[in-house]
Ligand binder design. Structure first.
Ligand code: NI
Length: 169
C-alpha cells in the first residue's frame, strides 16, 4: 500500500473522537492497517493512529526493534490495536519526552501511567491483552489519546519542557 500524508496539529480532524471498528478481517480494514504501517515506517515513527491520516476509526499501530527518534527506548512489539481500552495498574506516573508525527520538529515532557494493562483486537478480530511498562506503556497511551482527539501538548503541565528537537538535542 502507500505512505499517506500525516495531518498536523491545527487540523480539526485531529481533535475529533474516533469511532469503534465494527467489522474485522475486511479488505478495507486491511488496507487501512497497511497504510498506517507504511506511513509509520516511512516517517520513522514509534506509532501512528488512524485519525492522523484522516480516518476517524479507533485503530492504532505501534512498535519497533530500534527507533532513530527514540534511541534509548527498549524495543516495543509491532502491534495493530483496535478499539483499545487502557487500565492503569498502579498510581505511579513517569515523566518522559515525547514527539508526534502530527507535531513535527518538537518535543515535550509528558506525565504518563508507568504501568498499564491494555486490551483490544487486532485486524482479524483476535483479542490482545497485555501489560506494559515504561516506553511501551507511554507509546500506547500516546497513540490511544489520538483516538479521543488529544495531542500530547494538551497533556503537558510544564511548558518550559517543550521545544524544538534540534535545539534540545
Ligand atoms: Ni502522536
Amino acid at each position: 500500500m502507500v505512505a499517506r500524508v500525516v495531518l498536523k496539529m491545527g487540523d480539526p480532524r485531529l481533535l475529533e473522537t474516533a469511532k469503534p471498528v465494527m467489522a474485522f478481517a475486511t479488505p478495507e480494514l486491511d488496507d487501512l492497517v497497511d497504510d498506517l504501517m507504511d506511513t509509520m515506517l516511512a516517517e520513522d515513527g514509534a506509532g501512528l493512529a488512524a485519525p492522523q491520516i484522516g480516518i476517524g476509526l479507533r485503530v492504532v499501530v505501534f512498535g519497533f526493534e530500534s527507533n532513530a527518534r527514540y534511541p534509548d527506548a527498549e524495543p516495543v512489539p509491532q502491534t495493530v490495536l483496535i478499539n483499545p481500552v487502557i487500565e492503569p495498574l498502579s498510581d505511579e506516573r513517569e515523566a518522559g519526552w515525547e514527539g508526534c508525527l502530527s507535531v513535527p520538529g518538537l518535543r515535550g515532557v509528558v506525565s504518563r501511567h508507568a504501568h498499564i494493562r491494555y486490551r483490544g483486537l487486532d485486524e482479524r478480530g483476535r483479542a490482545i491483552d497485555r501489560e506494559a511498562h515504561g516506553f511501551h506503556a507511554r507509546v500506547v497511551q500516546h497513540e490511544c489519546d489520538h483516538l479521543d482527539g488529544i495531542l500530547y501538548p494538551q497533556r503537558m503541565t510544564d511548558m518550559r519542557l517543550f521545544g524544538f528537537t534540534d535545539v534540545l538535542a
